[in-house]
Design a protein. Sequence first.
Length: 225
Amino acid sequence: MTKKIVVVWFLWVFAATAVLLPVAYIGAIEVGARKGFPDAQNELGRWYDQGIWLHTSNQREAAIWYSKAAEKDNAKAQYNLGLLMEAQRDYLRAAYWYTRAAIQNFSPAQHNLAVMYVKGLGVPQNLQRANYLFEKAAQNENELSQFSLGIAYAKGEGVAIDHSKAAYWVYQSAKRGFAPAQGYLAILYVQGLGVKKDFDEALTWAEKAYANGDKRAIETIKLIE
């Protein structure tokens, strides 16, 4: 077999595999969803939700498949269904599905439900309940909730002001790469709130925040320099 033939054969096999593998995957998910497997149902719902994998965007169809999996206590599907309901401003049902997922310790749902308690959407406004959920998600290493909890302690929103706890939770979020937390941590180091005043450390975190897309951090950098 000549070198040219080997190359052509390899390219043909590669192209065939590139086509057949996605087709097989799509087929497996479709079959699995129709046989009642919740992970497959959630995935099929996501495809309709996002209009991917040869599926036209269809929110009604997405809701059907999310619901099938959500009723089987699939936390991801419950969360996705909550997102879908929230986007449609059906806050009561969004809060219901976030709650179902939050009970299963699914941190994105815990965070979103906490935000709904902060805003009073679908549930009564309750900052104490919000912070309880933020802490649950924060302990599950959700960087959004870690930052939100830090801000609550810094501003006394539903809790007594505690700069040490504020700095702790903001740091937990910052070290996970969340740019707003990195920028806020830099300010805490500049002001010496909850941490020892340290301009070198402040500059380090401000530069990380700016590099990660927090354009407001440039003001902190200029202030330090």
